[in-house]
Structure formats: C-alpha cells, structure tokens
Ligand binder design. Structure first.
Ligand SMILES: *[C@@H]1O[C@H](CO)[C@@H](O)[C@H](O)[C@H]1NC(C)=O
Ligand SMILES: *[C@@H]1O[C@H](CO)[C@@H](O)[C@H](O)[C@H]1NC(C)=O
Ligand SMILES: *[C@@H]1O[C@H](CO)[C@@H](O)[C@H](O)[C@H]1NC(C)=O
Ligand SMILES: *[C@@H]1O[C@H](CO)[C@@H](O)[C@H](O)[C@H]1NC(C)=O
Length: 415
C-alpha cells in the first residue's frame, strides 16, 4: 500500500516514498560515494606483498573471493545511488497509507487486474492509472479534489483542478462524478459562431474574479488578451487582418509563405481564439491551447465553434511528430524566464511541426535585451529559415517603450 505504480509517458515506473529530507539524502549519497571509492581503492592497492606477509603465498582463490566481494559491494552502492537520485528528482509515489487521503484517490491509483487476464496483444496484465508525479507535492489539494460523492454531482471546483495543474499535477486523476453542466442556449451555427456574441450565462464564472464579459474586457488579462472577449466591436475584429505596427503580420501574407499548403495549425496561448477564427475562415483548422487563467477561455473558444485544448505548457504536446503545418505562438511562450524550460518547449514545438512548416512568433515581448538575445540564439540553433524577422518597439500604456519580436520561421528538413 505504501507504493504505487505511476504511469509517466509510455513507461510505468515503480516508486517508493521516502521520508528523508533531501539534504539527508545528499549526505547519504556522499557517504555512499566515499565508501564505494574506498572499496575500489582497497581493491586496487591490495598488493600481493601484504598477502605474502600474513597469508599463504599465491592463494589466488582468496584474492578472487575478495575481489568479487568488493565488486558486489560497488554494484550494490551504485544501485543505491541510482535509487537516491530518483528520489532527489522527486520520483516518489503518492503515499496512500497516510491519513486524510481520499478513498477515491486510492481507488483510482491502485492498479486493477484485467478481468480477462493477460492481454495477448500487449502482454499487459493490469491497468495502471496515470497521474502526474508532481501531484505528490500537492497531496492535500489532490485529496480535496478527490473528495466527492461517487455517482453524484461533482463539487463546482474546476478552479481547484486548475490550481493542481498549475502546480505540475498533470494529468489529474479521473473522477466518478458528474461535472456541473450549464445550459448552452443560443449557440450559433458555424461559421456565424466565429464572430457572434452569445449569452454570457453559458460560461462558468465560479472561481473567477470577473463575473461577466464586460469586466473581462476592461482588464488586461495578459499580453495577448486586452479586451479580447469583445469579438463584435473590439480590436479582435482587426487582429491578423489589419496591422497596427510592423510587428503585426497579416494572416494572408504568412499563409502565402507556406510551402505545400497550410491545413492544420496549433496556437499556443491563443486568447479568445481569434487566430483560429481567422484561420477557420481560410479553411485552416487550428487547435488553440489555453488554460482558464482568470477567464473562461476554453468555453468561449468552444462557443465560437473552435477547438480549445485545455493543457498547460508544462506537458508534452499530445500530438505526433511532424504533423502540423503551422505553429503560432505569442507571449504564451514566456515560461517564467527559465531558459531550460523555454528550450524544452521549443524542442517540442519543433517536434510537432513538419519539415517546411512555419513557426509564427507573434509580438513576443522581450523584457530585456538579454532575453531577446537568448531567444534569438535559441531560435538560430534550430536552423530555421527566417522568412520574416522584425524587432520593434512599442510605447505602452504608461509611456514606457517595450521591445517585441515577431518572426516567421520555416522548419528545415533534417536528415
Ligand atoms: C587458500 O584459502 C582458502 C580459503 O581461505 C583455504 O581454504 C585454502 O586452504 C588456502 N589454500 C592454500 C594453498 O593455502
Ligand atoms: C458583445 O459583447 C461585448 C462584450 O464582450 C459587448 O461590449 C458588446 O456590446 C456586445 N455586442 C453586441 C452586438 O451585443
Ligand atoms: C473554404 O471551403 C469552402 C468549401 O469547400 C469553399 O467554398 C471556400 O471558398 C473556401 N474558402 C477559402 C478561403 O478557401
Ligand atoms: C509599461 O511598461 C513598464 C515597464 O516595462 C511597466 O512597469 C508598466 O506596468 C507597463 N504599463 C502598462 C500599462 O502596460
């Protein structure tokens, strides 16, 4: 009960909970390294001369016995080290034996034997539930999330789920309750739905500061969504078809650069879905990845007849390699200023983009010159062809000049 199988990616690993704090583990590791080295030193400096003095000469069997003992010791130390390394990296199981763990969480995480025994095609004998390994860090919140009435209505707690996701607990466990439903009255048929207001009663406002669209529009929710919920009169109606500055590229210009046609695209952090809407008008299918940070982005995008993908950027994109014709990203790419994080993200974008496909970096805010240089270096390492590259300045609301980078880059063929 103290350990559980977590499914991470395609593999299943078995993890054990440790109650030692990581500095103690570090000390232990150090100790382990020293002992291992001492043993090794002992093994190699164990001169036959010493043997000569105290034991029978040329007793090869004794020496080989000792050497194999030392080798076994080294091997076991290495195993211990690997185990500790795993634990330091945070690969711990969720301890299901601790108090206050919701029953449903145990039920979900315990592996279940396949009812008909071993599956002949895959060789799998049991089903293993997936939950992000970082969920362990938020075990109390997770337990709260998993406390509900089975077969009943779920608590109205989507924001709790999102909080867990933002803490790296992704994927979330499944639940056996019915999520709150809202009557979706007044949905428009496609393509009229792209630019039509619908009643704001069809969105879920629980857990949000704003309780209506007017409130959302009055706020700068993020750099890519200033008034982005006004799709009838607002700036949204001009985005991608009329340029405000040389950093704003027009959709038709970018589409003309693509070779082999642009049929499917992926928008990262796409606000209220306007990029996907403009693409839909050009018969290009775009999936918009967004969470619901401070606004019901997913429901809004869906009500426009577009495809919302509820996913944090910390997770590997759920797409196969080389499938997208286009990836559009703006400030959603800003992953908290951690260069390694951005690098992992860029590699994943590169992975899903097909050779000859386009990466459109749209008005990416470079807060410092260093940031701009780091991003430029990173992009250049990928060897993309720069079809368009514009660094521009814009004066913001409080009279400060800000630097933005816009670019259209073409993925090369790598052999
Ligand atoms: C060598 O050591 C082994 C084990 O200690 C012992 O049984 C054996 O008698 C020794 N051989 C000789 C030739 O002394
Ligand atoms: C559509 O909704 C916005 C709020 O997002 C509001 O400002 C606007 O007046 C509405 N337009 C119409 C035609 O109802
Ligand atoms: C999109 O597809 C429809 C139906 O095939 C077609 O009538 C329309 O002209 C296309 N629009 C564009 C911009 O290609
Ligand atoms: C303008 O930029 C400055 C410095 O980057 C920032 O502190 C300020 O909040 C910005 N103002 C607005 C309205 O975005």
């Amino acid at each position: 009960m103290g350990s559980v199988s977590l499914k991470i990616g395609e593999g299943t690993a078995r993890f054990k909970r440790v109650s030692v704090c990581s500095s103690a583990v570090n000390l232990l590791m150090l100790f382990s390294v020293i002992t291992t080295n001492l043993f090794a030193w002992f093994a190699f400096s164990y001169h036959p001369k010493t043997l000569h003095n105290h034991h029978y000469p040329e007793n090869i069997s004794l020496i080989s016995e000792r050497v194999s003992l030392i080798l076994r010791e080294i091997e076991s130390s290495q195993k211990k080290l690997a185990q500790m390394e795993k634990q330091i990296l945070g690969y711990e199981s969720i301890d299901l034996s601790r108090p206050n763990i919701a029953n449903e969480l145990k039920e979900f995480l315990n592996s279940h034997q396949l009812p008909l025994g071993k599956d002949s095609r895959t060789g799998i004998t049991e089903m293993v539930a997936s939950v992000g390994h970082s969920c362990e860090k938020s075990a109390d919140l997770l337990s709260q999330y998993m406390s509900y009435k089975v077969n009943g209505l779920c608590p109205d707690d989507w924001s709790l789920g999102q909080k867990l996701i933002l803490q790296g607990c992704e994927p979330l466990p499944r639940r056996r309750c019915f999520a709150k439903t809202l009557p979706k009255v007044g949905l428009q048929p496609f393509p009229f739905s792209l630019w039509k207001n619908v009643s704001e009663k069809i969105y879920s406002w629980s857990g949000l500061g704003c309780k209506n669209l007017a409130c959302l529009n009055s706020k700068n929710l993020n750099r890519d969504c200033a008034g982005c919920f006004d799709i009838v009169h607002g700036y949204e109606t001009q985005k991608y078809v009329k340029a405000r500055s040389k950093n704003d590229f027009l959709i038709d210009d970018v589409l003309a650069m693509g070779s082999g046609g642009t049929r499917i695209g992926f928008d990262i952090g796409g606000g209220s879905g306007t990029f996907a809407a403009r693409m839909a008008e050009r018969n290009v299918t775009v999936v918009t990845a967004t969470l619901n940070i401070d606004a019901p982005f997913n429901e809004f995008i869906a009500s426009r007849g577009l495809f919302p993908l509820y996913l944090s950027l910390d997770q590997r994109f759920p797409f196969y390699d080389n499938v997208y014709d286009l990836v559009h990203a703006a400030n959603g790419l800003d992953v908290g200023g951690q260069p390694e994080k951005l690098e992992f993200l860029m590699f994943d974008i590169d992975r899903i983009l097909r050779a000859g496909g386009l990466l459109w970096l749209d008005n990416f805010y470079c807060s410092t010159d260093d940031k701009k240089r780091a991003l430029t270096r990173l992009i250049e390492r990928f060897g993309y062809k720069k079809l368009k590259w514009v660094v521009g300045e814009r004066v913001n609301g409080s009279g400060k000049s800000e630097v933005y980078l816009s670019a259209v880059l073409q993925k090369p063929v790598r052999v």
